[in-house]
Design a protein around this ligand. Sequence first.
Ligand code: GDP
Ligand code: IMO
Ligand code: MG
Length: 437
Amino acid sequence: MAGTCIIGLQWGDEAKGKLVDLLTKNMDVVVRYQGGANAGHTVVVGDAVYKLHHLPSGIINDRVLNIVAAGVVVHPETILREINSLVDRGIDVQGRLLLSDRAHVVMPWHLIEDQLWNVAVSGENNIGTTLRGIGPCYRDKVGRSYAVRVGDLLRADFADRVREIVAARLPVLRAMAGEQAVDLNAEAIIAEFTGYREQLRPFIVDSTQILLDLVEQDKRILYEGAQGSLLDIDHGTFPFVTSSNSSGVGISAGAGVAAKWLNKVIGVCKCYSTRVGGGPFPTELLDETGERIRTKGREYGTTTGRPRRCGWFDAVAVRYTRRLGGIDRLALMMLDVLSGHDELKICVAYELDGRRIEHFPGSADELRRAIPIYETLPGWQEEITEARDLADLPEAAINYIRRIETLVGCEAEFVSVGPDRAQTIICDSSRAPINAF
Ligand code: GDP
Ligand code: IMO
Ligand code: MG
């Protein structure tokens, strides 16, 4: 049995792509099982930088099979653009990429609706989505009546289905749009998607069956989470979340693989916090310190280019998502970004309505009112991007890591000190686990 999972423990962009790439050398298969083109995973190998939105990050390793599983929402144009750009860079995906016929398709009406909602809801209620049609597509999946699956692209009645859905959707979208024009033409969509169908045809399979076979053949499988646990539709900071189960609880549902086949879960988090889009963020730094982290960490969205909101490490939040995901080991990323601060703060509890609480509130309203209670640790001045062993780090950096491990209740297996594969410290994974709680 060899199922390893990579889960983001914060609000996404924890550098999951880097870790997936690092672990891929010991894997046979990499699986994306939820989310869609809202993700943006970066892999850096020497001078080459790959930004993957739709394909599993294992795709750049030519030995590995990659599966886009049933729980993903597929945007054909984006996935094809990504395939073609890899081919242009000498990475052939033929025979190494499988696309589930059960995955749902993000259709043009989903993109329009995402856009319209984003404008209609303003101020602090705005989710600030990536505008990739994610919410509307997942809603249609759950609603069933107007859903389109990848397998449907191959059906003879696909054109009629598009005509039927456009006829039903257009009045609704027009009502939402008010004065704005809505550009939704069934015949143009049919022509566009007929082109996509032919290009995607070689990849479309019943990936659930194939994945179950691979599991039973004891293949080494890596499950690549998208987004982060705090964006989970059920257990995150609702409604400022994405529309899938992006914490550890989503792996089995999205991949179609029972939990008993998943034997190691690695929780990825930055050594500070970021969030892109709306929603409460207790440790956010709206001052010069936040700006320094954003600049040094190049904290701008991989998918949308938006500046990411930056803040101190929130141990209350990560302790919660560590428990939620059944995390075995941590990967602590971007430690190098924290060089140059006299002091670093870690949130160890919140004050909520005058009371100290140590749990992560379940409602966005409460989280908005939560005031972080900080512990202050000494910082370090040295640049650490050349460190390859824990012993190469300044004592203050080691103490900072140890404090995070203790507060979160889990040991780090990886500490990352730069974007490149090589800029990684692999800690001794044979240490006995911390039992902080
Ligand atoms: P993902 O969505 O979780 O895969 O993360 P993103 O790719 O959206 O954002 C992580 C960013 O940090 C990318 O630009 C990575 O190249 C970069 N990165 C990864 N690890 C490190 C690190 O340890 N230090 C620094 N400075 N950058 C890193
Ligand atoms: P990766 O996989 C960071 C955020 C959006 C928005 C909310 C809902 O790169 O970590 P959606 O478009 O999903 O309906 O947007 O979720 N979001 C992400 N933030 N990283 C991501 O993916 C994200 N995917 C969605 O900014 O707040
Ligand atoms: Mg990202």
